[in-house]
Design a protein around this ligand. Sequence first.
Ligand code: MG
Length: 248
Amino acid sequence: MKKNILCFSLLSIAVAGHANAQEKVDAPKLTEVWKPVPKIVSPGATAAAAPDDAIVLFNGNQATAFVGKDGQPVKWKIADGSITVVKGTGEITTKEKFGDCQLHIEWRSPETVKGNGQGRGNSGIFLMGKYELQVLDSYNNSTYSNGQAGSIYKQLIPLANASRRPGAWQTYEVIFMAPRFNEDGSVKIPATITVIHNGVLVQNHATIAGSTQYIGAPSYEKHGDKEPLSLQDHGDEVSYRNIWIRNL
Ligand code: MG
């Protein structure tokens, strides 16, 4: 009898041991998630090149994705793979509307330096046509911190000044989350933005306080989930190239 009990006990330990071993084998699987499977996106040949699911807004040849002031054809100058502000012709605006997005854009301020402060290589990227990511020649050019390159104009100071010299191409990688509004027009979730300037993080999931204002505090006014993006004519010959965007 004693022998039987001993055998049973040993068997129980063996079974329990086996179960524990099996649990150990299975444990990592409990935290594996197999669905959904992320969609396949073919990246560009370089990080700057558009992946296959991006909407190319400017490829160097034509600005057909944009319209000029009052819906007129774009009057900015296209040459050598870039598009350059022509003073006084006004902003250019995308025909398509965008909300949450990832944007790649390259820009260049004039090599020949004219003016200073805000009057030097000034343009801007207006996300949803309302929230300005400042474009400025901020290379050895003093101005108010919340108005330099990489700022959200008059709201958010960039975390660093990563500006290249005038005439050099620069990049912005942008991740923008559109604001959400309540039925009554009040803000449910404000817009946020992350910006990498020439490989340097300058806005880190920063909260935007409202549409860009030259005078006075920014504030929100209810708008659509998607709105056109525009590029500013501030009178300086700033150029853009290789502009692509992905809807998020
Ligand atoms: Mg500007």
